[in-house]
Ligand binder design. Structure first.
Ligand SMILES: NC(=O)c1ccc[n+]([C@@H]2O[C@H](COP(=O)([O-])OP(=O)(O)OC[C@H]3O[C@@H](n4cnc5c(N)ncnc54)[C@H](OP(=O)(O)O)[C@@H]3O)[C@@H](O)[C@H]2O)c1
Length: 228
């Protein structure tokens, strides 16, 4: 989804720096952008390491300015019985879904405050706005609820500075995270199909636009009716 949002933003004329841990994935993204004639920069980084996040923001500021927009689309998934939810697994899920968002937000805020403008977009999960039982996904769902609380707290604090913080709550979107059979998953979704990263990107463009300035601390569910 991060890739689709990056491409959509760049196509709309935003100066985009896309980051990720793997060189090959970033090269693939640059190739797609180049084939479509869309200018886009990439940088190898790790959202879970504060120092590397700091460097990525410095790099962005020096090469493309800002940033006025921050899209954080990191968040590992794991499911299994609670007996197999080790402390290491729990911490890894929190680090991937919440701590990495905290680092990015902390780096983005000072510049956004100075410019009195900012759009921050994070990714929760459908149903994550009403905490519910999540058998087999205890840690992932708990982390997403923590992320929403973090997002709303920052939204409240920064509203007077022209900075918005919102979350997209995806249902089942056809991306690398989704490994189970699409047909099996689609049967459980009222729309009878998985969502696409492009559909997510279109919603993201709105929440990242100038026009969405009065929307903050909000969630936008894209789930084809799942969990209604
Ligand atoms: N797909 C779904 O159906 C679904 C449903 C509900 C919620 N979500 C949430 O939506 C968000 C995006 O999901 P997705 O399906 O697009 O995930 P994805 O296909 O697994 O992509 C995640 C991206 O984040 C990068 N990434 C992961 N860890 C990173 C790190 N530590 N530092 C830098 N980059 C990192 C990955 O690149 P590298 O591996 O190269 O670093 C990859 O480009 C996540 O927060 C996920 O929890 C997804």
């Amino acid at each position: 989804m991060g890739r689709a949002v990056a491409l959509a933003l760049a196509r709309e004329g935003a100066r985009v720096l896309a980051t990720g841990r793997h060189r090959d994935t970033l090269a693939e993204l640059r190739a797609i952008a180049q084939a479509r004639g869309i200018p886009l920069r990439t940088l190898q980084s790790d959202a879970e390491k504060r120092e590397r996040v700091r460097k990525a923001f410095r790099y962005a500021a020096s090469k493309i300015g800002g940033p006025d927009l921050l899209v954080h689309a990191v968040g590992d998934f794991w499911e299994g019985p609670i007996s197999r939810l080790t402390g290491e697994r729990w911490e890894a899920l929190v680090r991937s879904n919440v701590t990495s968002a905290l680092y990015a937000i902390q780096e983005a805020l000072p510049g956004m405050r100075r410019r009195r403008y900012g759009r921050i977009l994070l990714f929760g999960v459908a149903g994550g706005d009403v905490p519910r039982a999540a058998p087999r996904a205890h840690a992932y769902r708990a982390a997403k609820v923590a992320l929403l609380t973090l997002a709303r707290s920052v939204a409240h604090e920064e509203a007077a500075n022209g900075i918005t913080v919102n979350l997209i709550l995806p249902g089942v979107i056809r991306t690398g995270t989704v490994t189970r059979s699409s047909a099996l998953l689609a049967r459980r979704i009222p729309a009878r199909r998985l969502g696409t990263p492009q559909e997510v990107a279109r919603a993201a463009l709105f929440l990242l636009s100038h026009d969405s300035g009065y929307i903050t601390g909000s969630t936008l569910t894209l789930s084809g009716g799942l969990l209604l």
